[in-house]
Design a protein around this ligand. Structure first.
Ligand code: CMC
Length: 447
């Protein structure tokens, strides 16, 4: 029997709301017919309580600190999977067979280069351009080069476009970096795997190949797969929103990059590093910094702390902290910002302000130290997040594309502006006249 909840409406009548139950027992009041049946909508500023879709990709239990991709705990994925296997799992729902792996790997290789005349677009950006603006613009521009990929009619075409996006986004990111430092753009190599190839394009020079250590490759692989999906976050919801209007995969993902850029979302990894650097360079103690955050002076937050969904711990942060310590050890790097991060976390985790609000380190808190150890400049951090999140965006786009019952996303609102007003023509406005209800026409409406 379908579960139902009963709403008592302001006029005393009742309305039965069906309950949708997820595979992990999550319960949602399904209000999709509420307005049609009662005239009411629901209001949920910031979507804190709104399920915008049903999805079979990623499960999060924020109270227990659980994150699973297609049912597999992220801890297992982190131990056993490459980023590309994780991408295949997220996009197609199952871990790839040997045959799937080879075919996809070939597709990634075949699609790794940028069209030769596309490369000249990099010269159109000023040297100080943020690589996130280059990345979103370039993904959008890519669709002009892949006209068959704009309307995806079969599985083969979808696989090719997915491989092209995953592969080219890495080439674009490295090319954006090379352009920003005035070095020649490196071509991808056909003998390197995904992560090594990215590091090669970032750090090789025409006269000297960069060979990353196994530890560096594995740390970046881990970073990418831990960012691969996170259900209906700001950027993924943006991808779904754009996709719901039947925009192409390229256009939808490019919008996702823009949504990710903000410092409350993917931009937080850059903001964390800037915060740690500021504390170090200013000589401020971590206690004083925490006191500044708590006083809400200047509206600063403890970047890399807090999460809309995790109210206990972020499992990605736990894995990344451990990986961070091991990487610095293996590369014999000491980074004083890691000590500052540890101290900040310790102070915050025993402070009532953070305890009472259930604020814990999130995925961005330690990730920047890993990226810094790998030689990635801070402006590129959010770009690395975008490369990592690409499989999740593609998987969500596919889920919508494959759903024959899908509709355009179109939320409603509760309007709070002026009620209908009488038109005051320019002549009357210029003389400061009032409308017939006696409202003074504001000065700033004068031409
Ligand atoms: N530092 C200080 N206070 C905080 C922080 C923080 N990092 N995060 C939340 N709070 C306070 C907030 O001011 C509010 O206090 P009060 O109830 O007294 O008004 C309370 O905690 C609840 O926070 P909220 O703003 O309602 O939480 P939210 O769910 O709207 O925002 C968040 C979540 C991640 C945007 C927020 O915690 C934040 O701004 N964190 C810092 C930025 C950051 O690290 N972002 C990365 C998120 S994880 C990666 C990703 O998915 O993008």
């Amino acid at each position: 029997m379908t579960e139902k909840a009963t709403l008592t409406m302001p006029d005393g009548s009742t309305y039965e709301v069906p309950v949708t139950v997820g595979s992990e027992g999550e319960r949602a009041l399904n209000i999709s017919r509420l307005r049609a049946d009662t005239g009411y909508i629901t209001l949920d500023d910031g979507y804190g309580n709104t399920g915008s879709c049903e999805s079979a990709i990623t499960f999060i239990d924020g109270e227990q600190g659980i994150l699973r991709y297609r049912g597999y705990p992220v801890e297992d994925i982190a131990k056993h999977c490459s980023f590309i296997e994780t991408a295949q799992l997220l996009i197609w729902g199952e871990l790839p067979s040997a045959e799937d792996r080879t075919r996809f790997s070939d597709l990634l290789t075949e699609n790794s280069t940028l069209p030769e005349d596309f490369r000249r677009h990099f010269a159109g950006f000023p040297q100080h351009a943020h690589p996130m603006s280059i990345l979103s613009a370039m993904i959008n521009a890519l669709q002009s080069y892949d006209l068959p990929g704009l309307v995806i009619n079969d599985d083969e075409e979808f696989e090719r476009v997915s491989a092209a996006l995953l592969s080219k986004v890495r080439t674009i990111a490295a090319a954006a970096y090379k352009s920003s430092i005035g070095e020649p753009i490196m071509y991808p190599r056909y003998d390197l795997r995904y992560v090594e190839n990215f590091l090669h394009m970032m750090f090789s020079k025409p006269y000297r190949d960069y060979v990353p250590s196994a530890e560096a490759t594995s740390a970046l692989n881990l970073f990418l797969l831990l960012h691969a999906d996170h259900e209906q976050n700001c950027s993924t919801s943006t991808v779904r929103m754009v996709a719901s209007g039947e925009a192409s995969l390229y256009a939808s993902v490019s919008a996702g990059v823009c949504a990710l850029w903000g410092k409350l979302h993917g931009g937080a990894n850059q903001a964390v590093m800037e915060m740690l650097t500021y504390i170090r360079e200013s000589g401020m103690s971590t206690k004083d910094y925490i006191a500044k955050v708590k006083s809400r002076e200047d509206g600063i937050k403890l970047m890399g702390f807090g999460h809309r969904v995790y109210r206990n711990f972020d499992p990605r942060a736990v894995i990344l902290q451990d990986a961070c310590e091991k990487l610095l050890d293996s590369l014999h790097i000491t980074d004083p910002r890691l000590d500052i991060a540890r101290e900040l976390a310790q102070t915050a985790l025993s402070d009532d302000y953070f305890i009472s609000r259930k604020l814990y380190p999130n995925v961005d808190f330690f990730s920047g130290i890993i990226l810094t150890a790998l030689g990635i400049p801070v402006e590129m951090f959010t770009v690395l997040f975008a490369i990592g999140r690409m499989p999740g965006w593609i998987a969500n786009w596919k889920e919508m594309h494959d759903d024959p019952t899908g509709r355009i996303y179109r939320p409603r609102q509760v309007y709070t502006g002026p009620t209908e007003r009488e038109w005051v023509n320019r002549f009357q406005r210029e003389r400061g006249m009032t409308d017939s209800r006696g409202f003074k026409v504001p000065d700033d409406l004068r031409p």
